[in-house]
Design a protein around this ligand. Structure first.
Ligand SMILES: [Zn+2]
Length: 192
C-alpha cells in the first residue's frame, strides 16, 4: 500500500499529443519560481530527469540527505524555503498536507510517459504491457508535486484520459494552482 496516482489508458501516446505534453512540462521545468527542477531527478533517483519529445521519465532525489521524515519545503530563489507553492501565491490552505521526505530518500516510484515515436519503449510496452500499468506510487514525497503537474498536463492533451488518485482534490491543489499560474489551465481539473 502507499499513496499512488493512476492514469488510463496507460498506453503510448500519439506524437501530436505528446508534443503538447513535452511543451508544457518543459515550461514548468524551466521556471525559476516553482522549482520543479529542484525536486525531480532521473528515473533512478539521480542525475537529470529525461524530458524529451518522445519520453518523459523522472523520480525524486534518492540522495537528498534530508534528516529522516523532514517536511520538505519548497525552495524559491530569493525567498528561501516556503511551505507549499500555494504559499507563494498567498493561498495556502492550512489543512492541506505537506510533502515529506521519509527513510532518508525523496524518491519512490518512477513515472514514465512516452509516445509512439519512442521505439525502445514501445517495444518494451508490447513485450510486457503489465510493466506500464498507468500508475505511480509517490508516497507524497516532494516530487509528487511534479507528478501531479505532469498528470494534469496529460489530462489536458490526451483526449479521454482519466486520472485518479489515492489523494483527494485537496491534495492536488498545489499542482492545479502551479499549472494554472504558469500554463493557463489546471484549476478546473478534476479527478475521475
Ligand atoms: Zn529527502
Amino acid at each position: 500500500m502507499g499513496y499512488s496516482h493512476y492514469w488510463a489508458p496507460g498506453e503510448p501516446m500519439e506524437e501530436r499529443e505528446f508534443a503538447g505534453i513535452f511543451h508544457d512540462f518543459s515550461r514548468l521545468y524551466s521556471l525559476e519560481t516553482g522549482r520543479i527542477k529542484d525536486i525531480i531527478r532521473g528515473p533512478h533517483g539521480e542525475g537529470l530527469p529525461i524530458i524529451s519529445d518522445s519520453l518523459i521519465s523522472f523520480n525524486g532525489d534518492r540522495h537528498c540527505r534530508h534528516e529522516s521524515d523532514k517536511k520538505v519545503l519548497f525552495y524559491v530563489p530569493g525567498k528561501g524555503e516556503i511551505l507549499t507553492p500555494s504559499t507563494l501565491y498567498g493561498t495556502h490552505v492550512e489543512s492541506s498536507p505537506v510533502r515529506t521526505c521519509s527513510s532518508g530518500k525523496c524518491s519512490c516510484e518512477t513515472i514514465t510517459l512516452f509516445s509512439t515515436a519512442n521505439r525502445k519503449f514501445v517495444d518494451l510496452y508490447e513485450a510486457d504491457n503489465d510493466f506500464f500499468l498507468g500508475s505511480v506510487k509517490t508516497n507524497y514525497k516532494p516530487y509528487d508535486l511534479a507528478v501531479q503537474c505532469l498528470l494534469i498536463i496529460l489530462n489536458r492533451h490526451v483526449q479521454n484520459c482519466r486520472i485518479s488518485s489515492d489523494g483527494d482534490d485537496e491534495y492536488w491543489f498545489d499542482a492545479k494552482l502551479l499549472c494554472q499560474m504558469n500554463l493557463g489551465y489546471g484549476l478546473s481539473f478534476h479527478l475521475s
